[in-house]
Design a protein around this ligand. Sequence first.
Ligand code: GMT
Length: 374
Amino acid sequence: MKIGITCYPTYGGSGIVATELGKELADRGHEIHFISYALPMRLNQVMANIHFHEVEVPAYPLFDHPPYTLVLATKMAEVAVSQSLDLLHCHYAIPHSVSAFLAKSMIAPRKLPVVTTLHGTDITLVGSDRSYLPITRFSIDQSDGVTAVSHYLKQATLNEIGSRSEIEVIYNFVNCDKYKPSENKELKHHFAPAGEKILIHISNFRPVKRTTDVVDIFGRVQQKVPSVLLMVGDGPERSNAEWCAQNNGLDRKIFFLGKQEFIEDLIGISDLLLLPSDTESFGLVALEAMACEVPVVASNVGGLPEVITDGIEGFLVEPRNTAAMADQAIIILADDAKRLEMGKRAREKAHAFFCSTRIIARYEEFYRKVINQR
Ligand code: GMT
């Protein structure tokens, strides 16, 4: 198949899922055309079947806010025709599905089936804002196929957005050959020279990720278990988190590493992942940790209970209860046998339910269904 994929190219789950999906599909012989304003972050290798079409947004003094939605629609239509796309797959509803609807209308009667994958904040935070809600609902309902990354998100879309679409749940996936336990002794020694336990948090440091809670949890943990914390990623909350670390005398034990490309190397040397978000439609990073045999302490919100079973692959705790999260982290870190057992169970689960071979086949099947229904 010839598939166009539009996503945010930045450090965020939806862009990562879209890019990894494109790479997996290209590996299976499909021709993939990424359409976005910059090269997606994980598109870090040249692959024969992958093409990138940059959307350039011309500046004009009249525009305080250049109309990206329109130039994206124009590029989508152009690529669909010039490359004879079979289907256009939008990741994150706003504004991608709106642009796709315009592109489809522009090139009619030529057909361009559009699939929208809902990722989370496009429904739970941004999409449910009154200023976006009607157009979010409209663009979802105009899509020829809609998927959501968890049952939780599907229900939120039906209940909070009032969509009438049939929504297929296709979970996020992880490549278990790439994300696997690793023993990079040199890297481990660099961060934990005295054999301290390594905790890790990876996110885009948005308020929803509660990065200051991560610092607070770590502060409690390191009083009981010798440990260090890796803070990976960047975003608006980073300076608050850094301030918290300094203010609590933790700055020598917390490493703010900024955006990193090869996070599997960092997860691979870690003993525990912290994900205390206020909401999380899936929690891709938790799955990536699980595949590396790293247990997770996370909030019991959104789609996280569909990924992590409390007490088996980690622990789920009510959001913002940093004391309880720290207690659960200590239970895992103070008992190596328990930690290793949870890690093993975590990889087994990632492999059995979320590995890329299983999930990519679901997308291929869904594409065929959408194309044929037209
Ligand atoms: O979590 C973010 O802030 C990024 C956001 C995105 O769309 O880039 O992530 C969402 O999509 C991910 C991939 O499907 C999910 O794993 C995340 O749980 C989801 N984030 C939230 O729901 C907060």
